[in-house]
Design a protein around this ligand. Structure first.
Ligand code: SF4
Ligand code: SF4
Length: 355
């Protein structure tokens, strides 16, 4: 049976919840090499809640420091819009200061390793991931247009540096295959402890939605499948409908059935939580989210004309060139679009939505 901790917290008083996580899930860190990996999607302000809050990172670093490790690295490989902007992403979010001097750009030193040849025969993994004795993953409680939620499993996608993340989106080619592929990335090196920043979460069109949600919790577990099942349940989403959780269970990484999970704390569904468009009303029967995501007619990346500045970043970054500028607004060609949601992820104005 897996265990998930649900502990009330505020950013001003975070240390108690972090200490509780380390008590429930004890780790021997003495003389070990530790990697702490926050979710750093892109350069943004901490109060936009796009990244793990600096208060959570600082508390984890302080706790780890007190356990006499041999070394600590704080690092991540930000998403598509922030390739090559690793330091800037950490600095702008406040995560650089929160890292206590342990920040390292883990994107500049990587090693090729075998991967699932269905997608790519090899991928480059940050060497800091491969060399760590213990990895502590710090996901953010957020929605995600493509995977419905981003939590423990999806946070490991940042183990991959650089543009290969976009190439893998392209190689996956469909949301269903993307769900499967992120589990293959996660399996390359399963972290040892997950501590989720759910003090302020995100709902709606994540992972960079303007709709924030005060939740007031820190979640933790040493099992990513159980933890993501709890996050999905809190969001009002049946874990069994998520393709990546089904694959993770099938390959023996854990179980999403709540009957198999011990909850320390109180598991409550968040009232009227807004899932991404395809996680909510589109699924009214027993249909899997994966099946819905694969219906191209339901997926239309569309720019909100009131927000879009016509910067063209989404057009430049679309991995299959499905976007064209038309009178200063990007238009997606549904025949070419592989529904990777990268345009939504990178838009600095939060203008791109799946409608
Ligand atoms: S949708 Fe966003 S990224 Fe694309 S052109 Fe408009 S503002 Fe730029
Ligand atoms: S238009 Fe957007 S969702 Fe479609 S392939 Fe391009 S980046 Fe991905």
């Amino acid at each position: 049976m897996s265990t998930v901790m649900i502990q009330p917290a505020t950013y001003e008083d975070i240390r108690k919840a972090i200490d509780r996580a380390f008590e429930i899930f004890p780790l021997n860190l003495k003389s070990k090499k530790i990697l702490i990996k926050p979710n750093v999607l892109r350069a943004s302000e901490a109060n936009e809640a796009i990244v793990t809050n600096p208060a959570v990172l600082a508390a984890v670093v302080q706790r780890v420091e007190s356990m006499e490790p041999a070394s600590i690295i704080v690092g991540d490989n930000p998403g598509i819009f922030s390739y090559g902007a690793n330091e800037e992403s950490f600095r702008k979010t406040g995560l650089m200061a929160a890292s206590g001097g342990y920040y390292r750009n883990i994107g500049i030193d990587a090693q090729k390793i075998d991967f699932n040849p269905e997608y790519m025969p090899t991928v480059s993994l940050s060497r800091a991931v491969l060399e760590a004795d213990i990895i502590i993953s710090l996901p953010k409680f957020k929605t995600h247009g493509l995977t419905i939620m981003t939590g423990a499993i999806k946070n490991s996608y940042g183990f991959l540096p650089g543009a290969q993340k976009a190439r893998l989106h392209k190689a996956a080619g469909s949301p269903a295959r993307f769900h499967e592929m992120i589990v293959d990335v996660f399996r390359l090196r399963v972290p040892d402890l997950f501590i989720v920043d759910a003090v302020v979460g995100m709902e709606g069109n994540g992972p960079a939605s303007p709709e924030l949600r005060d939740i007031g919790l820190i979640l933790a577990s040493d099992n990513a499948v159980a933890l993501d099942a709890v996050i999905a349940t809190m969001m009002g989403c049946d874990p069994a409908k998520l393709g990546f959780l089904r694959k993770a269970k099938n390959v023996g990484l854990g179980d999403y059935d709540l009957e198999t999970i011990e909850i320390i704390g109180e598991l409550k569904r968040l009232t009227d939580f807004k899932l991404p468009p395809l996680g909510g009303e589109a699924i009214t029967h027993n249909e899997s989210i994966q099946a819905v995501l694969d219906r191209p007619t339901l997926l239309r990346p569309r720019a909100d004309e009131k927000r879009c500045t016509g910067c063209g970043a989404c057009v430049d970054q679309c991995p299959v060139s499905a976007l064209l500028m038309n009178e200063n607004y990007p238009i997606a060609d549904p025949e070419i679009c592989i529904r990777c949601f990268c345009c939504q992820e990178i838009c600095p104005e939060k203008a791109m939505a799946l409608v």
